[in-house]
Design a protein around this ligand. Structure first.
Ligand code: HEM
Length: 480
């Protein structure tokens, strides 16, 4: 072997050794938290995405919390990440949004949700979009929507009660998708030749999966689903542009007016990415939460009884038995809101909330280096036995007399701080009205399914099949 070749090999060995050393010992102007950076390049990505089937804290986080404590370092999808299972640090991260921390999601997420999605926008543009969304899903808008939500749910429950069995996850997803799509883009699934939701279904399967973009993988299917859904949304927006309507009633109308304004900040790309995120966020999250609620209610007769009493009470007090739910009645559903909080605490639909450190941050003797990703882990906070006694028990009474709106150090199912979920009230109204209609008019038996899988996104691989029957008159006559 020539001297040159020996020299080159030696240089390569020194370079690789140095690179490996740096991979396992990243630079930091302080003390990094404990943890492992895993294998070069892939880090601990494979372990992170390993499926598990429990409501408990994901094994990936649980094992590392035991070994390293509630704050540890790792590497996921090619990025150095600090995982926070610490309530104080997680809360601080939310409060510091736009200052020391900024909303950030790994490139693969941005690929899926679009580069101009609301989670990737900051500052003025972000506030502008948020106001737009709040005008759609804020209390005034929801008040007007209440009768429509109730009518849609009643119609669906009636249909399902004539079937042998109904699969709750998919059926509620379809119902909620249609409600949201009507509100956003006046899309009526029944009158449409193309099935918009189908593309979102393909999309969901790969959403939080291993990001390998080759044909056959869930991630690849997800990207294809996004492509098709975006194409459909784009052509719908163009159609509307060609034939504007006299009255502005949906989000498309609103977007078109905004796009026409001189000096507008909105672009067609931003509007379409937003539409996509809203359609997705609205139906997938709420249908998962409803399915989890029904699963728990099926096994907790005391909770179901208390819930039924609350809703029977609403009907009993009503002057006109034929009138629909009022906003006042909706707001009076105290126990129902406790059931909803308990459901989303256990469901942990969003298993990780991502941010990026904008500068070095010191916390309890450790340093989060500037540029590193941070993943807040709500399941670790929500299943902490020091805060929630028997954390895996479904116990809505634990919320009695406490704060059930907004976020806290110990409750972050809808995030926290400036980026607190804008769809929280929309979700709650749909869940509360659904539960109201269900328990006052129907009884159900679980038939099959109900097993969960976390990859780490929550899924019901076999669905949740129930049989729905009208409540017997003897059960309802006491309230008439
Ligand atoms: C059970 C139901 C839901 C859960 C558990 C949930 C959870 C969350 C969480 C944890 C965040 C914070 C993300 C972050 O800080 O990076 C968030 C943000 C968001 N959610 Fe929800 N969500 C739900 C329902 C909805 C619905 C129905 C909509 C649509 C109307 C929606 C739209 C959004 C949007 C647009 C954001 C981004 C807000 C921002 O960046 O300021 N969500 N959601």
């Amino acid at each position: 072997m020539s001297l040159l070749a020996v020299c080159l090999i030696a240089v390569a060995i020194v370079f690789i050794t140095h690179w490996l050393y740096r991979w396992w010992n990243p630079r930091c102007n302080g003390k990094l938290p404990p943890g492992s950076m895993g294998w070069p390049l892939i880090g601990e990505t494979l372990q992170f995405f390993k499926p598990n089937s429990s409501f408990d804290i994901p094994l990936f986080v649980k094992q590392r919390m035991k070994r390293y404590g509630p704050i540890f370092k790792t590497s996921l999808v090619g990025r150095p990440i600090i995982v926070s299972a610490d309530p104080e640090l997680s809360y601080l991260i939310f409060q510091q949004e736009g200052q020391t921390f900024q909303s950030w999601y790994p490139d693969t997420f941005t690929e899926i949700f679009g580069r101009e999605n609301v989670g990737s926008l900051h500052g003025f543009m972000y506030k502008y979009l948020k106001n737009m969304v709040l005008s759609l899903f804020g209390p005034e808008s929801l008040k007007k929507m209440l009768p429509e939500v109730e009518a849609t749910i009643l119609k669906k429950l009636n249909q399902w009660s004539t079937m042998d069995t109904v699969e709750i996850k998919d059926s509620t997803a379809s119902m909620i998708f249609n409600l949201t799509a009507k509100k956003l883009i006046s899309h009526e699934a029944e009158n449409s030749s193309e099935n918009l939701r189908e593309n979102f279904v393909a999309f969901i399967k790969g959403l939080i999966s291993f990001p390998l973009n080759i044909p056959g993988t869930a991630y690849h299917k997800c990207l294809q689903g996004r492509k098709k859904a975006m194409k459909m949304l784009k052509s719908m927006l163009h159609e509307r542009r060609m034939m504007p309507r006299k009255e502005n009633t949906d989000f498309f109308d609103y977007v078109l007016v905004e796009l026409e304004k001189e000096g507008t900040l909105l672009t067609e790309g931003i509007a379409l990415d937003l539409m996509f995120v809203l359609l997705f966020a609205s139906f997938e999250t709420t249908s998962l939460a409803l399915t989890v609620a029904i699963r728990y209610l099926s096994n907790n007769p005391l909770v179901l009884q208390r819930l039924t009493e609350e809703h029977d009470g609403i009907l009993k007090r009503r002057e006109n038995p034929d009138s629909g739910l009022t906003w006042k009645e909706y707001k009076s559903m105290t126990f129902t809101f406790q059931v909803i909080n308990e459901t989303v605490r256990l469901a942990n639909i969003v298993p990780g909330i991502f941010r990026k450190a904008m500068r070095d941050v010191s916390f309890k003797g450790i340093t989060i280096p500037a540029g590193w990703g941070v993943m807040v882990c709500p399941p670790a906070v929500h299943l902490n036995p020091a805060r929630y006694e028997n954390p895996l028990d479904f116990n809505p009474w634990r919320w009695e007399g406490g704060e059930i709106n907004g976020a806290s150090k110990h409750f972050m199912a809808f995030g926290g701080g400036m980026r607190f979920c804008v769809g929280t009230d929309f979700t709650k109204i749909q869940m509360a009205v659904f539960l109201h209609c269900l328990v006052t008019k129907y009884r159900w038996n679980p038939i099959k399914g109900g097993n969960i899988l976390r990859t780490p996104g929550l899924q019901f691989p076999d669905g949740l099949h129930i049989q729905l029957a009208e409540r017997r008159s003897t059960e309802t006559e006491s309230i008439q």
